[in-house]
Design a protein around this ligand. Structure first.
Ligand code: GLN
Length: 487
């Protein structure tokens, strides 16, 4: 039988509600795992054990008094450190925000609390979510649970690693260009980037606000659907929030893909895709075919431009969003009170931000500056529209599109960090969903030389139901889900 920390959210809730175990025991079991493994994995920046146990006891009390409890009762949840938590330091894994304690909760945090989910800590990430490897964190890299010499993916690397190691039952990540799906793929867990606007971004520290979404990471597809049902829904505090009634996504989890039309864009399997990754992904496609789906190879030519377009848009937005971190209003401040304002300002930013963040601010500022705005930023916006239209066309013919989440398996720590362009290349299959605002999931689809491979499934806007149904069917009919890293 599984130990308590190994349970999924669904199993944990059943056992707690059925009085088989207490919420306190479940949370203690997860912390047991954290204390055992954190030295090796470094998934967390901050832990809030005492708070979590107090909350667990409150839930146990409610249950013993016969009072109703929420849908996430007693589930240990880790939060990416880019999401504001009232009273809990929120660093974005940056020296700039090393001591920042938000005075309010992000909307998703309030929703988790209302559902009686238990926040256990804040997870490590690439600094300000800029990266694909969690190596740019000010607090050191998170290590891949499958091979400690490799990266866990990023930027939500901590949120993925803690699920793979049972150091959390659920986690929240954020995805601007792949940051939920990439680490989900590299750690062999499930991660969903929702449709733009489905989940409130209120209280998310912005990197590139027109691209990013908060989303669920979990041990299986059921938990992913359950968690999404809690965090999704209209929020008037976020001007881009979609006004749609809330849904219970678990009701769409049918083990059935009969007649489903799958498109396989050749651009997702293009140059630079590892042959073993291709093999696993084609294996997954044939599995879906065996289960009754029909697939066809297709082409979305604009995807060739998506990486360049993404980096112009993301860096431009970053240069603007990060302007507030000047050490005066927010953030790290050097001790140079006698110096003039401009010196203090630039010293604060030079010392508070790491190299990758500074690089992006500089490039983004350049792309937005007079004389280059039309050439780079405006052009990128136009290409972004073409990419969106290209997807619209494809969805006239196909229900979903599939491909690899990542073009190659997890790489060695230090292997790509000195060469930013190489690192950016790893986002080639994930960024287009963000440019077009589409829902996309990564679900484990096998291993190559002991390293995880993820299958990416994309659907039209607000069709999370479809993405989840296909992922669920795939998971139910394959054995990849139960496989755990040796720790
Ligand atoms: N790797 C991409 C980037 O560095 C995506 C990051 C993200 O989704 N936050 O921009």
């Amino acid at each position: 039988m599984s130990q308590l920390h190994q349970l999924t959210a669904q199993q944990t809730i059943q056992k707690i509600k059925g009085n088989e175990v207490s919420a306190q025991e479940c949370v203690e079991a997860v912390f047991g795992q954290i204390h055992k493994l954190e030295d090796k994995i470094n998934a967390y920046v901050t832990l809030v054990e005492e708070q979590a146990l107090t909350k667990a006891k409150e839930i146990d009390k409610k249950i013993s008094e016969g009072k109703p409890v929420g849908k996430l009762a007693g589930v240990s949840i880790a939060i990416k450190d880019a999401i504001c938590t009232q009273g809990i330091v929120t660093t974005c894994s940056s020296r700039m925000l090393e001591n920042f304690v938000p005075p309010y909760n992000a909307e998703v945090i309030d929703r988790i609390k209302q559902a009686d989910g238990i926040i256990i800590g804040k997870t490590n990430m690439d600094e300000f979510a800029m990266g694909s490897s969690t190596e740019t964190s000010y607090f050191g890299p998170t290590l891949n649970p499958w091979d400690n010499s490799r990266v866990p993916g990023g930027s939500s690397g901590g949120s993925a690693a803690c699920i793979a190691t049972d150091e959390a039952v659920l986690s929240l990540g954020t995805d601007t260009g792949g940051s939920i799906r990439c680490p989900a793929s590299y750690c062999s867990v499930v991660g969903l980037k929702p449709t733009y606007g489905l989940v409130s971004r209120y209280g998310l520290i912005a990197y590139a606000n027109s691209l990013e979404q908060i989303g669920p990471m979990s041990k299986d597809v059921y938990d992913c659907a359950l968690f999404l049902s809690i965090i999704a829904g209209h929020d008037q505090k976020d001007g881009t929030s979609v006004n749609q009634p809330t849904k219970d996504y678990t009701q769409y989890l049918k083990n059935d893909v009969k007649g489903l039309k799958i498109g396989v864009p050749k651009e997702f399997l293009g140059e630079g895709t590892d042959p073993n990754v291709k093999k696993q992904v084609w294996g997954a496609i044939h599995k879906l075919e065996e289960l009754g789906a029909v697939y066809e190879e297709t082409s979305l030519p604009t995807l060739e431009q998506s990486l360049a377009t993404y980096y112009i848009v993301a860096m431009s937005e970053a240069s603007s969003n990060l302007a507030r971190f000047d050490g005066l209003r927010y953030g790290y401040r050097v001790d140079k009170d006698e110096a003039d304002w401009a010196t203090v300002y630039s010293q604060n930013r030079k010392n508070g931000f790491g190299a990758e963040v500074r690089r992006r601010i500089i490039l983004g500022t350049y792309a937005l500056s007079a004389g280059y705005y039309n050439k780079y930023y405006l052009k990128a916006l136009k290409v972004r529209t073409l990419i969106r239209k290209n997807f619209e066309e494809a969805y006239k013919k196909f229900d979903v599109l599939v491909g690899p989440t990542m073009p190659f398996p997890p790489f060695k720590i230090g292997e790509k960090i000195e060469d930013p362009l190489q690192l950016y290349m790893s986002d080639v299959d994930t960024v287009s969903a963000n440019l077009a605002g589409l829902p996309a999931i990564s679900v484990p689809c096998g291993f190559t030389k002991g390293l995880p491979v993820g299958l990416q499934i994309l659907a039209p806007p607000l069709r999370e139901d479809l993405v989840l149904q296909v992922a669920y069917t795939f998971e139910q009919n394959t054995d990849y889900n139960g496989v755990k890293p040796e720790l």
